[in-house]
Write a protein that binds this ligand. Structure first.
Ligand SMILES: NC(=O)C1=CN([C@@H]2O[C@H](COP(=O)(O)OP(=O)(O)OC[C@H]3O[C@@H](n4cnc5c(N)ncnc54)[C@H](OP(=O)(O)O)[C@@H]3O)[C@@H](O)[C@H]2O)C=CC1
Ligand SMILES: O=C(O)[C@@H]1CCC=N1
Length: 268
């Protein structure tokens, strides 16, 4: 089995490694974690999942796969730290928003690189991930990465440039849905409904709507029409969303996130 090192032991690293362990695609004893300074976090992951803490930099040479899972601003420092130790045949899996495979190749030398954009729902095996591979990745290596990402949800291969859009849509997407949920909770409070009641009703409503979209090959607008009785409550609600240009706001939100991903690529 392959040895996998997570460089960066934050929320994305935890979401992925716990999914891989749960789905038994990687054994905990083959997963190593390291970060910049937070040793307590490494011990926490070790205790929780049975993964190993990288004992010293010499061990880096024994890794088959290195997952870059630090913040994009920290990648250059991290690559400088890895460079003296990394073996020629080590493969890179990057989860960094915005950072091009070309940048990683410059930092760590030519080698197979996969760049993935998962989301935090990987924790429950429900990530929506986009993935791109560089030219030197073999079909067998690609298949292995597809297995890893399928273990934590669904994965779609896209051209690398589209990962900016994937980041803006499904990478950041959970935050948009949580934002909407915050608004439902605030509205529920104003209407005097218990927070837990609103939470129970609206989480099921979001899950049910997503399931309907997945199950039926209908446009969202068609499914929306089925809810909207003429002269009824939904129509009254949607009228306000239209008056406030909420569709434009969401479109602009995604465009802005995509732009930010491109900025991260250029080091801004
Ligand atoms: N969170 C999300 O929803 C998603 C995040 N991503 C991407 O995942 C990456 C990680 O995000 P997230 O998990 O949220 O970040 P976190 O802030 O939770 O974790 C970042 C980790 O990187 C470590 N780190 C920083 N510098 C170094 C270094 N030089 N060497 C080793 N480790 C280092 C930090 O260590 P320490 O704590 O010791 O400083 C910390 O453990 C980002 O690039 C992001 O773009 C992708 C998809 C979704
Ligand atoms: O906000 C970010 O930059 C990262 C990438 C996608 C989700 N979180």
């Amino acid at each position: 089995m392959q040895n996998i090192l997570f460089v960066g032991a934050g929320s994305m690293a935890e979401a992925l490694l716990q999914g891989w362990i749960r789905e038994q695609v990687v054994k905990p004893g083959h997963i190593y974690v390291t970060n910049r300074s937070n040793k307590a976090r490494l011990t926490e992951l070790q205790t929780r999942y049975g993964v190993k803490i990288l004992a010293n930099n010499e061990k880096i040479a024994h890794m088959d796969i290195i997952v870059l899972a630090m913040k994009p601003k920290d990648v250059h420092t991290s690559m400088e730290q890895l460079r003296p130790f990394i073996a020629n045949n080590t493969i890179i899996l990057s989860v960094l928003a915005g950072i091009a495979m070309e940048t990683i190749q410059v930092g760590l030398g030519e080698r197979p690189i996969a760049r993935v954009m998962p989301n935090t729902s990987a924790t429950l095996g429900m990530s929506a991930s986009g993935i791109a591979f560089n030219d030197v990745m073999t079909a067998e290596q690609k298949a292995f990465f597809m297995t890893l990402l399928n273990a934590v949800g669904t994965v779609v291969e896209v051209p690398e440039d589209q990962l900016h859009a994937v980041t803006a849509l499904s990478g950041s997407g959970p935050a948009y849905i949580y934002y909407v949920m915050e608004a439902f909770l605030a509205a529920g409070e104003k209407l005097g409904v218990e927070k837990e009641t609103v939470r129970a009703l609206m989480t099921q409503t979001i899950a049910g709507s997503a399931a309907m979209l997945k199950r039926f090959d209908e446009e969202p607008a068609t499914l929306r029409k089925q809810v909207t009785s003429p002269g009824g409550t939904t129509e009254a609600g949607i009228r306000v969303l239209d008056e406030l240009h909420v569709k434009d706001a969401i479109e602009n939100c995604v465009m802005s996130a995509e732009k930010r991903s491109r900025e991260l690529a250029s080091g801004k």
